[in-house]
Design a protein around this ligand. Sequence first.
Ligand SMILES: Nc1ncnc2c1ncn2[C@@H]1O[C@H](COP(=O)(O)OP(=O)(O)O)[C@@H](O)[C@H]1O
Ligand SMILES: Cc1ncsc1CCOP(=O)(O)O
Ligand SMILES: [Mg+2]
Length: 264
Amino acid sequence: MFNLIEKVKDVNPLVLHYTNNVTINDCANITLALGASPLMSFSYEEVEDIVKIANSVVINIGTMNSELLNLYLIAGKVANKYKKPVILDPVGVFATEARTNLTNKLLNEVKFDVVKGNIAEIKFIGGFDVKGKGVDSFDDETDCTEIIKKVAKKLECVVAATGKTDIITDGDSVYKINNGTKKLKGITGTGCMSASLIASFLGCDKNTLECATMGILTMSLCGELADSQNPAIGSFKVNLMDEVYSLNVDKLNTYAKIEELVLA
Ligand SMILES: Nc1ncnc2c1ncn2[C@@H]1O[C@H](COP(=O)(O)OP(=O)(O)O)[C@@H](O)[C@H]1O
Ligand SMILES: Cc1ncsc1CCOP(=O)(O)O
Ligand SMILES: [Mg+2]
């Protein structure tokens, strides 16, 4: 699986984003740092043409508005039509009824390959009680593996839930990642950027579970490495980008704290 870090650079997939206007620039830059090509769009006019040329599609509802609701739906459906892998980031799904309704509509009408959110967002989609505020999760205390597996079974796709321990599962096999640093919560967009990383891997390989795992591992591990000298928060963000740019198989072999649980 770690060889995907080289494959993504060789393939240089085109990663189409329908994303929020808070972290859009960071998503573009992290995609480039990993070795893929970002493309952002807010246009109805080009959906069909632009999805056709993309290798993968991100739909992130973070700053949705009434004009964008249908765009996300159309983009998702066109991605399905052209068999392009598509990932949903249901940012703040638990925060407002409008976000909940949009997410439910997307999940009902689009077949997603991956749904990625923080643990509170994913638990909420599964119908569980959550601890969160706005776009942030405070749901880190207990092991949520069984809950996240249930959500993956319900959604019939790979689910990636981020937190102190990241959990990635297709409902049967599970990867748990114990890299990371609290500082990743101190800058906005580390969740959004994780979706960009997953989509970059999805654009170059067919193993959805491994691509999702590598996307989350890249963020958590690079965050940990970026924090090794305890930099202040602004420098941490710069270091994070540098670590993603220089991540390789050797570093993954040395530092990844990843556990695989396979169905007995
Ligand atoms: N308490 C924590 N300790 C270490 N890493 C964390 C912690 N919480 C989140 N992370 C990491 O931060 C990144 C973003 O996750 P998260 O903050 O859950 O997403 P979001 O930004 O969507 O809310 C992930 O790589 C995750 O592993
Ligand atoms: C703060 C904020 N508000 C709307 S979208 C957004 C960015 C959320 O980014 P992330 O989910 O990566 O924390
Ligand atoms: Mg998020």
